[in-house]
Write a protein that binds this ligand. Structure first.
Ligand SMILES: *[C@@H]1O[C@H](CO)[C@@H](O)[C@H](O)[C@H]1NC(C)=O
Length: 348
């Protein structure tokens, strides 16, 4: 009956023919893309198409043809790098053509990080309130998102104030845990006003000096009252919404201590993010990155993958299109990407 209908209706026949053509075209372009990736250097034209497609996807424009040509070369090198990393087949993570695909690793690090690790010197004795906590078996998984203590993914943009985002995310978590209320708080206030200690606006800073500013200032206001502008401005006088009494450091290079802290609240952590550049998904492992911490994120949990690999759950602030919806899983227990070197948390 159906074939009779098709056979007798020229409109349906035409539609079927079109569908077949469309399907075939899709297959062909898929094959071209696959060959592109499997044979680096293959098909300059196809690669150009790929670049254009990527530009459209990410709303990227260039000021002139010279800039576009330069960026195209970087794009190609990144495609090649992604291919080689993924094709190796021995990694727990995959890289991908994310929004940073037309800048180099060095440009990326210079533009989107901003943590200035404090040189080891005379240490202030702040205590570690979780020192006696031992994690039990039912503490194998922690995800503060499931407990409503994590605000949506934010985006620092081209301003090296990861330190402000990391400090704010830790305070947002603490505030939710102590008050039951989730409030998005102001990175801009820290960017403009926390110029104490090592903090230097978009040129970098540290979370502890941000915490200290909030203690001295008598609190921090909301994101809504003092929204983010991606650049440092004049410090405005605002009504504090959330206060903290201080902060503490997690003992360095002790990921069990870090886990004890993270089991109790989201924690600000320094990491080496240079190789987070093209991270797309999976568990980033120590072999994929260095240990010179230059970026700050927030540890919002930890867990164990099916193959037994333990990982940290990190909240980043490069928008939702980076990584796993803005988050990353990072191997736990081996100091991967420098995690554990400098971690701290606010105290209510
Ligand atoms: C941890 O235990 C020791 C020994 O009992 C005690 O002196 C110390 O105060 C405890 N630390 C905290 C933060 O409770």
């Amino acid at each position: 009956m159906a074939s009779l209908l098709i056979g007798s209706n020229p409109l349906i026949r035409m539609a079927l023919l079109l569908l077949t053509i469309v399907t075939m075209t899709e297959r062909i372009s898929f094959v071209v893309e696959a060959r592109d990736l499997s044979t680096p250097g293959y098909g300059e034209e196809a690669m150009k198409v790929r670049h254009e497609k990527w530009m459209a996807e990410h709303g990227r424009t260039y000021k002139d043809e010279a800039e576009k040509a330069r960026r195209f070369e970087v794009f190609k090198a990144n495609v090649d790098f992604i291919h080689r990393s993924n094709a190796a087949g021995d990694k727990k993570y995959t890289l991908g053509l994310n929004k940073f695909a037309d800048i180099t690793r060095d440009e990326f690090t210079a533009m989107y990080t901003g943590f200035k690790p404090v040189q080891a010197g005379p240490k202030k004795l702040l205590g570690f309130k979780y020192e006696n906590i031992t994690l039990s078996d039912d503490n194998q998984e922690v995800d503060w998102r499931q407990k409503g203590a994590v605000t949506g993914i934010k985006n620092q943009g081209q301003c090296g104030c990861c330190w402000a985002f990391s400090a704010v995310a830790a305070i947002e978590g603490l505030y939710q845990i102590t008050s039951g209320q989730l409030a998005s708080l102001s990175e801009q206030q820290l960017l403009d006003c926390s110029t104490n200690g090592n903090n230097n606006g978009c040129s970098g800073g540290v979370m502890n000096d941000a915490f200290q500013y909030i203690v001295d200032n008598g609190g921090i206001t909301t994101e809504e009252a003092y929204p983010y502008t991606e650049q440092q401005g004049m410090c405005q006088s605002v009504q504090p919404a959330v206060t903290i009494s201080g902060y503490q450091n997690v003992p360095a290079e002790d990921e069990n201590a870090l886990a004890a802290a993270v089991a109790n609240q989201p924690v600000s952590v320094g990491v080496d993010a240079s190789d987070f550049h093209l991270y797309q998904q999976g568990i980033m492992t120590a072999d994929g990155c260095g240990e010179n911490i230059n970026h700050a994120v927030t540890a919002i949990g930890y867990g164990r993958a099916d193959d037994g690999t333990q990982y940290w759950l990190l909240k980043n602030q490069w928008g939702e299109t980076w990584g796993e919806g803005g988050y990353m899983r990072l191997q736990r227990g081996v100091g991967a990407c420098g995690i554990g070197k400098q971690s701290s948390y606010p105290v209510a």
